[in-house]
Write a protein that binds this ligand. Structure first.
Ligand SMILES: Nc1nc2c(ncn2[C@@H]2O[C@H](COP(=O)(O)OP(=O)(O)O)[C@@H](O)[C@H]2O)c(=O)[nH]1
Ligand SMILES: [Mg+2]
Length: 484
């Protein structure tokens, strides 16, 4: 190479092109020469060295021309070979089986995962749907409750209306019944007094045509009045009035004398009484006093029925705790009248029963309380002390109570009733009187004595045992019943 490079170096003279061409040609010749030599060397090697034997299994294919033709040799496979082959096949098959198995498993697990994911998703959906269902159910239950409440309220309202209507009708019926069985009138109740009592004697005195009013007539009048049931004091005052009029020559006939007595009696009994069964409180409290058998419990029952018929709400207090029968009796009356009864145990403190009755009446918004009391204790002093206590306790339960202290007097006792009234008046201060059993007695004149001596009005007159047999005492009606 160094030679070639020296050869191609440029000539210093001007014939450079010719030199270059001769160099190229020289190089080309040399190359050709080298190729020929190399080929020849290769040929010589091929003839001396046999090619390595090729295995039938070798895939390398020599050019046909150069391959030497080999005879066909077929050996039976050795036992080891066969064994190895069988082994290989078995292993291959096993491998394939495992592969299939693995793929199946892999496929299975992928499906399982997908299913699991799906399952999870479904669970979530189920949970959400459940929640939604619960919310819907809750809403439904709420609506159900509201509807039930609405229906119940409506039912309650209907029932209340029906009850109110029934109550109205029952009250109207009770009122109508009381009015229908109007009971005995005061006049009927006084029938015996008029026909058998002092009025019969008086009428005998006044009757029989015109009569001059002399001392004889006045003496007869005095006798009749003093033996009547009106009390000595009242009898004296009536005789006094007649004598004065006679002296003043104002009496020229029996008719005139009768007129004077009548006017005087009317004046005496015309005391203002409260028969409204109200006015105090509410509740208006009436404490009922009187001796045993006077007719307290019966009168309370009648008054309760009257008040109920007027639409009042009534509470009765079983203050006669001395006898169990007294409470039972009042219970019957309360039931009949449609009043509530407050009772204590037998022999419990009457004052506490009355206190409870007033308290109950306040609680239920009652209009009226009527308290029964005992009429007999070991001594009269005991009774009066007990009644005073009841009165004090009533005041404690409701300031201003009792608004009335009603004394029940049995008219059949005549003048004794007046003495009795005075004792109660002193002890507890009575405000009005109910005079009972006028229907069975000729001693109705006692009213005049009571009013005159105590200046306490007779509010009620008992003329029989029925509810309707308790009449408001009307002075005018009383006088008319006696004198006409
Ligand atoms: N005939 C008649 N009997 C009456 C009257 N008031 C009460 N009674 C009767 O008198 C009795 C005694 O009455 P009661 O109320 O128990 O008296 P209390 O002990 O004061 O409570 C009973 O048999 C009543 O029926 C009335 O106005 N006329
Ligand atoms: Mg009684």
């Amino acid at each position: 190479m160094t030679l070639v490079l020296a050869d191609v170096a440029p000539a210093p003279d001007g014939s450079a092109v010719g030199t270059a061409i001769s160099v190229v040609l020289g190089v080309g010749f040399l190359v050709l020469l080298l190729l020929v030599v190399r080929k020849m060397l290769a040929k010589g090697r091929a003839t001396t060295t046999p090619p390595p034997p090729t295995l039938p299994s070798q895939t390398k294919v020599e050019p046909a021309l150069e391959k030497p033709a080999l005879p066909k040799v077929e050996l039976p496979p050795s036992e080891a070979e066969a064994k190895a082959k069988a082994e290989a096949e078995a292993r291959r098959l096993e491998a394939e089986r495992l592969k299939a198995e693995r793929e199946a498993l892999e496929k299975g697990s992928a499906e399982a995962q997908a299913l699991k994911a799906k399952e999870e998703e479904l669970k979530k959906e189920a949970y959400r749907a459940q929640k939604q269902a619960e919310a819907e159910e809750k809403e439904r239950r709420k609506r159900e409750r509201e509807e039930a409440e609405r229906l119940a309220a409506e039912e309650q309202r209907r029932a209340a209306e029906a009850a109110a209507e029934a109550k109205r009708q029952a009250e109207a019926a009770a009122k109508a019944k009381i009015e229908a069985e109007a009971g005995a009138t005061l006049a009927a109740g006084l029938a015996k007094t008029r026909s058998e009592g002092f009025m019969a004697k008086l009428n005998g005195l006044f009757g029989g045509g015109p009569k001059t009013i002399d001392e004889k007539v006045l003496a007869d009048l005095e006798e009749v009045l003093f033996t009547a049931d009106i009390g000595v004091k009242t009898a004296s005052s009536l005789v006094e009035v007649a004598r004065d009029k006679a002296k003043a020559k104002e009496l020229d006939s029996a008719e005139k004398l009768k007129g004077v007595i009548r006017k005087e009696v009317e004046r005496i009994v015309s005391l203002k009484a409260n028969t409204a069964l109200g006015g105090g409180g509410p509740p208006h409290v009436i404490m009922v006093v009187g001796v045993n058998g006077a007719g307290k419990t019966t009168t309370i029952g009648k008054l309760a029925a009257k008040a109920k018929a007027e639409g009042k709400k009534v509470v009765l207090g079983a203050g006669d705790t001395f006898r169990a029968a007294a409470t039972e009796q009042l219970d019957v009356w309360a039931e009949r009248a449609g009043a509530e009864l407050v009772k204590g145990k037998e022999e419990s403190d009457p004052a506490s029963v009355v206190f409870e009755a007033i308290k109950r009446a306040k609680d239920v918004g009652a209009d009226l309380v009527i308290a029964d009391t005992a009429g007999r204790l070991h001594t009269k002093a005991n009774l009066m002390e007990e009644l005073k206590k009841v009165k004090r306790v009533a005041e404690k339960a409701l300031p201003g109570a009792p608004h009335e202290v009603l004394l029940v007097l049995d008219s059949t006792m005549g003048q004794n009733a007046i003495a009795q009234a005075k004792q109660f008046q002193e002890a507890v201060g009575i405000t009005s009187i109910a005079l009972t059993k006028l229907d069975g007695t000729a001693k109705g004149g006692v009213i005049i004595g009571i009013c005159d001596e105590l200046k306490v009005p007779v509010a009620w007159a008992g003329v029989g045992e029925k509810v309707a047999d308790l009449r408001k005492f009307e002075p005018k009606e009383f006088v008319e019943a006696l004198f006409e």
